[in-house]
Design a protein around this ligand. Sequence first.
Ligand code: TRP
Length: 365
Amino acid sequence: MAKISIDPWGYFSVKDYDELIGQFGIEPFTDELLSKIPEPNKLMRRKVVFAHTDFGRVVDAIIQKKEFYALTGIMPTLEQIHLGTKLVIENMRFFQEHGAKTFVLVADLEAAATREVSLEESRQRALDFHIPAYIALGLDPKKTVFYFQSTNEKVKNLAFIFSNKVTLNEYRAIYGNTEPARMMSSILQAGDILFPQLEVRMPGVIPVGPDQSVHILLSRDIVNRTKSTFNFIPPSGLYNKFTPSLDGDLKMSKSKPQSCITIPDDINEACKKIRRALSGARKTLADHRKYGAIPEKDMCFQLLAQHFIEDDKELKRIYDEYKAGKMTTGEIKDITCEKLTEFMKDFERKFEKAKKIVPNLKFIQ
Ligand code: TRP
């Protein structure tokens, strides 16, 4: 039995990623596992991906060029996405480029049940904003299957059937509460996660932030209990760290707007926030030159590592110079602001282009 519970819709109370390892079937993302992955992306190389569930199965499928799938869901509550979502999309892109059948669903029923967003509003916002944003962030629309929960009969039917495989006590132990709307949403999410296997029995990976890991556990339990009917392969999970709040907290959150950058964002405002972000530099310049900075504690360095610098050598150069006290905190903030500006402008361009192709997308029913 897990020692902690996770509320995917509420406050994430875990203080440290290590607390999660060993719970809910979450295993550490080791160097050994990393070494088996063909052309790992920067999130894997830099251990922004910190844990997984049964991911070896997916790595084998990639290496042996066997069929597998990757799936993620969009929660269309606001016309913006947070940087954590960008990490998930980057992992989705990695799987897509390595042969995964790719599924992106709009969680309109979940948004209606848990966030009081109407189905119409969800649909419109997903078409106007989220779907083009996901494409702008690198998903190939020609190779991605999109659907809405509310119009996917198969997913809803699966959820109904699964509902008889979960007990209240189990649910309470994992999620910490038993609100019917949330229970329905997570069982529906198990429907999303397993739906691709109605067509082809294959391994699948769900890249998520750690707050969503419990949904994967539930889906895996359901797979075990529906063996005789469905015989699904248990889905794998890949977990990325959150992007930290600019004040140093574990997770960037809109409840602290001064420490949060969204996509899109006002570039000038975002750069002002970067200027005030928690720094890993010493208190005085003299000390800084003498002892050097602590890049691990510097939120700008974290942003560069998680989001804005692809090239490992370039990142290492910054790390080394900053740590040695040669680069100042002002300089690392300049670099971060410059890279962020470049990213936001590039995003805007790609977003406008992606919007034009949304009317041609086919959604499965
Ligand atoms: N619950 C997810 C969120 O809050 C959305 C979602 C629904 C999802 N179904 C999914 C995510 C399946 C991953 C896989 O963002």
